[in-house]
Design a protein around this ligand. Structure first.
Ligand SMILES: C[S@@+](CC[C@H](N)C(=O)[O-])C[C@H]1O[C@@H](n2cnc3c(N)ncnc32)[C@H](O)[C@@H]1O
Length: 344
């Protein structure tokens, strides 16, 4: 039966999130200009109009709500209490001067400062987005979700959930209890939580190189059936060959150097069973929506994203196919793209 009430709840939740995070985005931009004024970067490539962006965001929210109506997944719930959320926002604004100072000095090494970066690859220990502590501090893990939703106007969850659609098609007729899903670079576990809510009996695991982010993921999953959380490098996934039915990677590939992207893809292909599914959710690439390419040009100028330009131009299709991951479906979801591939 169609869950029209769930659909309405999902639409309302997304509308509230959009309004709230748009306000925070505006405040953060204003504070950033006040504390560390910078001329606005004007991309050479075309950018969409505000109306075009909003129309696409509306389409994403409608698709997200329709997926709830059709029973693909349950409506998203508010994450944590209001008091906790306001505390996190306060901490994000309190951290802004330090972020702007590092941006002005082009200093991207705060994660290196406390010793927790020892033994980790150099590409990883930089402060992506100039965030304090990079991916390695508890403070960074606590701020991450709010920072991402501020960047994406509250649409981060809906973009991630676009990755649940190819999973739903794959799961049709399968026994959840006998199906293994590994989320590579699970971060704070937001996508793992979406997967767990949709598939309570799935054999679920998440992997990330940051123990602080995994601790946060554990907290976000604690009221649900547990998932295995592995602290490991995606270049050497600690799983046997052909052990996974589904592997996912959400917002990971744009943060990897080209050769590491290839090593991680090879690992994903290795651990997938024949016929298994890989789902990537990540940024749009150049040419996906030609009128939007200027956004992709501007993004790494505004934020510390050292491998984004390479990612945006990378031939992912050839990379996946070359490693035995054949095309299944590709779609865009606002500023994200979803690529579903099958291991042959
Ligand atoms: C942009 S965040 C995405 C997190 C999460 N998937 C999400 O949807 O928000 C990138 C994540 O990739 C992880 N990461 C980056 N390189 C990694 C590597 N080589 N091995 C494991 N995790 C890695 C980081 O620790 C971080 O949690």
């Amino acid at each position: 039966m169609a869950d029209t009430l769930g659909m309405a709840a999902q639409l309302a939740g997304n509308a509230v999130r959009f309004g709230w995070y748009s306000g925070i985005n505006w405040l953060l931009a204003r504070e950033s200009q006040r504390l560390g004024p910078r001329p606005r970067y004007r991309p050479k490539l075309p950018v969409p109009s505000q109306a075009e962006l909003m129309a696409d965001l509306r389409a994403l929210f409608l698709a997200d709500a329709a997926a709830v109506r059709d029973g693909l997944y349950a409506p998203a719930e508010p994450a944590g209490s209001l008091a906790e959320h306001l505390g996190t926002l306060r901490a994000m604004f309190a951290d802004l001067p330090a972020i702007l100072q590092r941006r002005a000095a082009d200093d991207t090494q705060s994660a290196e400062a406390d010793g927790s970066a020892e033994g980790l690859p150099d590409y990883y220990t930089q402060d992506f987005h100039f965030q304090t502590g990079g991916y390695l501090s508890e403070g960074s893990a606590k701020l991450y979700d709010v920072q991402v939703d501020t960047l994406f106007y509250g649409a981060a969850g809906a973009m991630r959930r676009a990755g649940l659609k190819p999973i739903a098609a794959f799961m049709r007729g399968r026994d959840q209890r006998a199906t293994h899903l590994l989320d590579v670079a699970c971060g704070t576990g937001r996508f793992l939580r979406d997967v767990r809510l949709a598939y309570p009996a799935l054999r679920l695991a998440g992997l990330d190189l940051s123990q602080a982010y995994l601790d946060e993921a554990r907290r976000h999953l604690e009221d649900l059936r547990p998932a295995d959380l592995l602290c490991a490098n995606a270049e050497q996934i600690p799983c046997p060959d052909a052990s996974q039915d589904i592997v996912t990677g959400v917002f990971l590939f744009h943060e990897l150097p080209g050769e590491v992207r290839r090593r991680v893809t090879a690992e994903i292909a290795r651990v997938l069973k024949a016929g298994g599914l890989f789902v990537m959710v990540d940024s749009l690439q150049m040419g996906d929506r030609p009128g939007w390419d200027g956004l992709l040009e501007a993004f790494p100028v505004r934020f510390h994203e050292p491998y984004f330009a390479h990612y945006a131009a990378d031939d992912l299709d050839a990379m996946f196919t070359g490693m035995g991951l054949e095309p299944e479906a590709t779609a865009t979801a606002f500023l994200a793209k979803v690529m579903a591939r099958r291991k042959h």
